[in-house]
Ligand binder design. Structure first.
Ligand code: TYD
Length: 205
């Protein structure tokens, strides 16, 4: 982050990890303090994102190469249309998933997660200032997924053995801006941990 600019923050984690809940709370917290915030998600609401969501919810299986292609097209659109304009307007950016999802998820389907990270970095997408990995065991995640979806229908990735691989991929990532958060703790405690980190690092309080 360059001097005077607002942070670009990403929440990552397996399905059922609670990342959307915490991303929403963090968004509301800073917005209510008068800070301009752009809150986004991938898959995005754009045309590629909508196509991806329809595919993931359908019973049709989609090959991993095609998944990679679609998620990258969606990210290109999202960066150009939403993320870069928000950063240029000096907004704080809060994303629910970004390129680490690509590496963790498509990397669970016989692709090398590190190669997927390199492909994304090679595209010149802006680097987040902080990535919070909401880490949770897959049993708890699967319980949460079925609690919010009692019909028993699951999306492509919401199966325990796949989630195990995705979680292992996430835990293999590291870097100065990549933080692992224990997402089995109560929501207020998780929120406080993340908020305190953002305040300390980016708002000097
Ligand atoms: P998710 O955020 O879980 O959507 P929702 O909570 O609204 O259903 O994202 C949908 C799925 O997309 C999720 O299973 C993860 C997957 N995904 C990838 O496989 N690769 C990616 O690059 C991204 C951004 C998401």
């Amino acid at each position: 982050m360059t001097e005077g600019n607002r942070p670009f923050i990403v929440f990552e984690g397996i399905d059922g990890s609670g990342k959307s809940t915490i991303a929403e709370m963090i968004y509301r917290h800073y917005e209510s303090r008068g800070i301009p915030v752009y809150r986004g998600a991938e898959p995005s609401g754009g045309k590629w994102g909508r196509e991806i969501r329809a595919l993931l919810a359908s019973r049709n299986s989609v090959g991993v190469k095609e998944q990679l292609r679609l998620f990258l097209l969606d990210r290109e659109d999202d960066v150009r249309n939403n993320i870069l304009p928000a950063l240029r307007d000096n907004k704080m950016v809060i994303m629910d998933r970004y390129y680490h999802s690509n590496a963790a998820y498509q990397g669970a389907l016989d692709q090398d997660p590190r190669v997927i990270i390199d492909i994304n970095r090679g595209k010149g997408f802006p680097e987040p200032d902080r990535v919070y990995l909401m880490d949770i065991d897959t049993d708890t995640a699967v319980q949460r997924i079925s609690a919010r979806n009692p019909s028993g229908e699951t999306d492509f990735f919401e199966k325990k053995n796949l989630l195990e691989k995705i979680r292992a991929n996430y835990l293999s990532f590291s870097g100065p801006n990549f933080l692992i958060i224990d997402s089995t703790l109560p929501v207020p405690a998780v929120f406080k941990t993340v908020k305190n980190d953002i305040d300390t690092v980016f708002f000097g309080s």
